[in-house]
Design a protein around this ligand. Sequence first.
Ligand code: ADP
Length: 446
Amino acid sequence: MISSVLVLGLCFAAFVITDIKGYKEREVNHALSIAQVIGVNDIPAIQFLDNDAAGKTLSELQKVQEDIVNATIFDKNENVFAHYTKPGNAPCKFYPPFVDRYLFKDNFLYVYKTITKNNELFGTVCLQLELSELQQIKDQSFQMGGVLLLIGIMLAFLLAMINQQYISKPILSLVNVMKEVRENENYNMQVPIEGKDEIGKLSLEFNSLMEQIILSHQKKDEFIGIASHELKTPLTSSKGFLELLNNNDQLDPQTKLFVQKALNSTNKLQDLIYDLLDVSKIQAGQLQLNIREFDIDKLIDECIHEVQIGTSAHNIIKEGGMVNAAIFADRGRIEQVLINLLSNAVKYSPKGGRIIVHAKRTESKIIVSVKDFGIGLPMSELEKIFDRFYRSKQKESGTVGFGLGLYICAQIIKRHNGKIWVESEAGNGSTFYFELPIKAELVITI
Ligand code: ADP
C-alpha cells in the first residue's frame, strides 16, 4: 500500500507539474505574440514620436487581453515612450536588459520583446501579465489528484487484501505451524500445499524438513534403545563382580574405598541406562505395566527410607497420616516415580532441610505430594520440566542430569490414567504432585 501511494503521489506531482508548465508555456507564447503585434503597430508612432498614439494602442490592450496589468514601450535609448496600467492596479517598473526575454515572478509573467524592422531597433515592448488561471489550475489539479489518490489508496487496499489472501495468509499459517513445532516439539505438523508457486515450494520444503526431523528422531531413539540394551548386560555383570568384591572382608581399606567408588559410579551408570531403556520403551509404546493391588502407605515408607539413607543433610518427613488404601497400579513403576521425586527434592535442595511427603485419598483417587524448600523453578519452566531431556535453565541448579527422570515419571503416571503436576516458585522450593485412580477398572493403560 505504501509503495502504491508513493507511486500515485509521484504520478500526481508529475501531472501537476506538466499541467502548470503547459499553462505557463501557453501564456508566454501568447504574451510574446501580443508584444510582437504591439511593437509592429507602434513603429510609426515611435518614428513620429507620437506618444499619445502609442499610449492609446496600449490602453486598447485591455479589450483584447484582460490579464495585462502593465505595459510599457521603451524607445531604443531605453527611455519610457508610452505606458499603460490597468485601472485599479499599481504601476510597475521594467528593468533592463531590454532584450527578448520573459520571467515569472510573484504570480506575474514579465515579457520583453524588442521592436525591430529590417534589422533596425526601434525600442522594446514590456508587458506584465497576471497569471490568473494559475491558481485555478493548481486548485483543480489538487482536487483531481486528491480524488485520484483516494481511489488509488482504496484500490491498493483492495489489492493488499487480495494479496493477503494469496500470499500473507499461507505464510502466516506456515509461521503458526513453525511456532507450534518450536513450542510443543510437535514434528508431526504438516502445512497444506496450495499451488506450485514459491509459497507452495516453501510449504513442500517445510513438510519434508519435518519428515526428516521425525526420521532422525526415530534413528536417535533406535540408537539409544540399542546402545542402552547392549550396555545393560556387561554393566550388570561388572556391577555383580564389584558387589562381590565389596562384600569381601579381606580387602585393605584403600582397595575397599576404590571398589565402593567404582560401585557408586556403576550404579549411576546403571540408573542412566535404565532411564534410557525406559525412554525407548515409552517412545516405542512398549512400556508394560504390571498392575496389581498394593499398600500405598507401605510403598511411601519404603521410598522415604531408601532416599533418606543417601542423605544426612535432609530430613524426609511423612505428614498427614496413613492413607489406608490399597491401590491398583504397577508397584515397581510407582516406586520409580516416588524415588525420582524424592531424589530430585534432595538434589535440588543443596542446603539440605526438610522434605515433606503427603498422601491423601478421595473417593476414587489418591494424591501424593513431595514438597521441598530448595531452589524452586521459575513459572516459565513449570510446563516444560516434564518434557524429554528438559533441564532447568537456572544457573543455581548446578547439578548433573539428563532431564529424563520427570519425563519418565509423567509417562508412567499418564499410563496409569493419572495426573502429575508441580507448584513452584524460583528460590522458594517446589511441590510435585501425582494423582492415581484407586480402583482397578479406572487404570486404563494405553
Ligand atoms: P534431571 O534431574 O536429571 O535433570 P529430571 O527430569 O528429574 O532430570 O528433572 C528435570 C529438571 O527439572 C531438572 O533439570 C531440574 O531443573 C528440574 N527439577 C526437577 N525437580 C526439581 C525440584 N524438586 N526443584 C527444582 N527443580 C527441579
